[in-house]
Each structure stands twice: as C-alpha cells, then as structure tokens.
Design a protein around this ligand. Structure first.
Ligand code: CAA
Length: 387
C-alpha cells in the first residue's frame, strides 16, 4: 500500500523543478508580463531568462543536447511560466508542439540536425496544421506538397501559427496524395529561411498578446526530400499523436494561468477592507475562493495523470490528453473570471493582472483543438469499448 500512496505524491525531483522555475519566473518573467500584453511584443527578456535556466524547451532529450525533462516536469515548467506570463509559457509549450512530430516519427538525421539548436535556445520550432478553411476539420487541409526529383515543393497557407516569425523551424502538414483524406497527408520540416516562406501580419488578439500568431505562406517552397517526417501519408496520424501529448501542456498552461489569478485574488481579499472588515472575512467570498481552489486542484490531478500517460505512451493518452485540456481550460476560464469578480471594479482595469489572466485563459479553450473537439475525441475513445 505504501507504494500506491507514494504514487499520489509528486516526486521530490518534480517539486524541485517547480521551485526552480518559479524562482526564475517570479524574478525575471512576471515583471515583463504586463508590458508584453500592453505592447503585443514578444518578451525577449523572458525568453533569455528561460533560455539561460534551460526552461525554454526542457523536453528535448539529452542525446540531442536538451535537459531531458519528462512529460510531467515539462508540464510543471509550462504551468509555472504561465502562472507568471501566459505568453511566455508558449515558448516551452510550442517548442514541444513543433518538435513532437520529429520526436515521434522523424528520422535520426532530422532529429540530429533540428533538435540541438532548439535545445540550446538558438532556434524555436512552430507547428503548422490549421488553415483558413481547415480548423477543427484538420484533415480537409489543401496545402500541397509535390515531389520533384530530390525535392518536395510546398504551396499553401497555414493560419493561427503560434510564434510564427520568431521561430526558425516549422513542422508543416501538407497533402501529398489528394483525394484520400487523412491518409494523403505528410509532415515536413520547413525553415524560415527557405525561399518562398513568408508571414502574414500579426493577428490582433484578445490575449496571449506577447506570443505572435501569424499566417505562414508557402509559395513554391522547395525543400530536400529528406525533410519529410516519417513515411508519406503518415502525417495526419503524427499530427494527432503529437496533439495527444501536447494537449497535456495546454492543460498545464491553463493551470498556471488559473493559479496566478487565484494567488493574486486571494491575497487581494485579505488586504481589501469593506464594511469594516477584510473582504476575505465574508463567507460568500470564502465560498468563491474554495470553489476556485477545488476546481484548480481537480484539474491539476487530471493533468498530472495525463502527463504520466504521455511519458509512458499509454494507449489511453488520447482520452486523458483531451480530458485534461478540456477540463483544465474550462476551470481556468471560470477561475480567472471569478478572480476578476473578487477584485470588483479594480479587477476590470489593467492596473491589476487578473483581467489579463482572464483574457489569456480564453485561448486555452480554443487552441490545440476546441473543447468541443476534445469532447468528440473523448466520446470516440469511450464508445470504442462498447461498439
Ligand atoms: N493517434 C494516432 N492516430 C490517430 C489519432 C491519434 N490520436 N487520431 C486519429 N488518428 C488517425 C486515425 O486512426 C485515422 O486513421 P485510420 O482511418 O487508419 O484509423 C486517421 O488518423 C483519421 O482520423 P479520424 O477519422 O478520427 O479523423 P477526423 O477527420 O474525423 O478528425 C478530429 C478527427 C479529432 C476532429 C481531428 O481533426 C482534430 O483533432 N481536429 C482538431 C484539430 C486541432 O486540434 N487543431 C489544433 C491545431 S494546433 C494549434 O492550435 C497550435 C497553435 O499553434 C495555435
């Protein structure tokens, strides 16, 4: 029985990771969060702080020069960065998203070429799946890759690409065999410097403003044939397997945003006085805080359980990744909205960080698959057992 009780405690080394990343983020990331939001500029100082402490892409295995953090430690890093600045948490999160197709299905040569620069912080890696007319229905993409001798030639438009422009490398999904749906899609590594690659204007967004979201244009982009990730036709499965793992990281991001809002609002109500006593002394306020903390903890347990499945590559990761992302992001939206409520009029202003956290939380219900898509994924997994 001792062992199974131990399983419900975070290992000491993971607690140590949390402490280390929180210290860096409190000192060097949180102070830039409001400015990144206000100016919509990529927070370079936060990137440098994460890079110099090896938290910018912690999941890269040691054999490729990385820190070799497991899925749970990576989730904790993303959670803690998000607690300080949601935009900055997209640095480790999108580096994982962009490189996961390579890690899952790439050739050894591709991994050796493209992972070390990400590990060192010299380059970032983005993921290009969605298109203007192919969002939830990702398999309906129209970006084409045509084989031409020793090359592939890519043409199309990718939309909603996180960190586009600041990333040096891009995993691009494209149709190599039209007419056969998901089975005709392949994955490629494209470099920012490849001729024919360009970017749209940064989207004007509600939140995560310090992380650029742009279209990526591929205009006759000619790349060496060996830049394909895996066999032709396996790209869609690679895209979905990637998301199984990285939905856990979005859940972690949601946890961090929610924790930041809970921490700030709980402290605020102990300091704010109305009707002659601290606002925290009103039971109605206490009930709100208790609900916020309870939902957050439930979301955290589910997220860490999903991270353990991601690390082991369990068959039920597809369900758990979707469930964690869906549950944690819904919880984050509720918790951050309540945090604004606890601050009253002050919460609605930019003089306090909770309105930013509420705006940042919203995207976690949308990207890496809307929460409606997560429910489709969960239901399909659930029903498999009964059909
Ligand atoms: N693992 C392995 N293979 C998988 C898989 C998984 N989790 N999910 C699907 N596949 C395989 C299937 O097995 C199937 O192959 P078979 O026919 O051989 O079985 C093939 O892929 C097609 O699968 P489906 O029939 O399930 O495909 P679908 O068209 O019905 O789509 C979907 C399913 C779940 C709705 C999927 O399209 C989806 O997840 N949509 C949301 C897309 C998404 O999350 N986009 C986010 C973009 S990334 C982002 O947001 C980041 C950013 O930078 C902002």
């Amino acid at each position: 029985p001792t062992d199974s009780f131990e399983a419900y405690r975070l290992p000491e080394e993971h607690e140590a990771v949390r402490e280390a990343v929180r210290a860096v983020c409190d000192a060097k990331v949180a102070p830039n969060a409001a400015e990144a939001d206000e100016t919509s500029e990529f927070p370079k100082a936060s990137y440098e702080a994460l890079r110099s402490s090896d938290f910018h892409a912690p999941h890269i295995p040691e054999e490729y020069g990385g820190a070799g953090a497991d899925a749970l430690a990576t989730a904790i890093v993303i959670e803690e960065v998000a607690r300080a600045c949601a935009s900055s948490s997209l640095i480790p999160a999108v580096n994982k998203l962009g490189t996961m197709p390579l890690l899952l299905s790439g050739s050894e040569e591709l991994k050796r070429k493209y992972l070390p620069p990400v590990a060192s912080g010299e380059a970032m890696f983005s993921y290009c799946l969605s298109e203007p007319e192919a969002g939830s229905d990702a398999a309906s993409m129209t970006t084409r890759a045509v084989r031409d001798g020793d090359h592939w030639v890519l043409d199309g438009v990718k939309r909603w690409i996180t960190n586009a422009g600041v990333s040096r490398y891009y995993t691009v999904f494209a149709v190599t065999e039209p007419g056969v749906g998901a089975k005709g899609i392949s994955a490629f590594v494209v470099e920012k410097s490849d001729a024919g690659v360009s970017f749209g204007a940064p989207e004007k967004k509600l939140g995560i403003k310090g992380s650029p979201t742009r279209e990526v244009y591929l205009d006759g982009v000619r790349i060496p044939a060996d830049r394909i990730i895996g066999e032709p036709g396996t790209g869609f499965a690679t895209a979905m397997r990637t998301l199984d793992h990285t939905r856990v990281t979005i859940a972690a991001q949601a946890l961090g945003i929610a924790q930041g809002a809970l921490d700030f609002s709980a402290k605020y109500v102990t300091e704010r006085t109305q009707f002659g006593k601290a606002v925290a002394d009103f039971q109605g306020v206490q009930f709100m805080l208790a609900d916020m903390a309870m939902k957050l903890e439930a979301a955290r347990q589910l997220t860490y359980a999903a991270a353990a499945r991601s690390e082991r590559g369990d068959a039920d990761l597809t369900f758990f990744g979707a469930a964690a992302k869906c549950y944690a992001s819904d919880a984050a939206m509720e918790i951050t909205t309540d945090a604004v409520q606890l601050l009253g009029g002050y919460g609605y202003t930019r003089d306090f960080p909770v309105e930013r956290m509420m705006r940042d939380a919203k995207i976690t219900q949308i990207y890496e698959g809307t929460n409606q898509v997560q429910r489709i994924v969960m239901a399909r997994q659930l029903l498999k057992a009964f059909r």
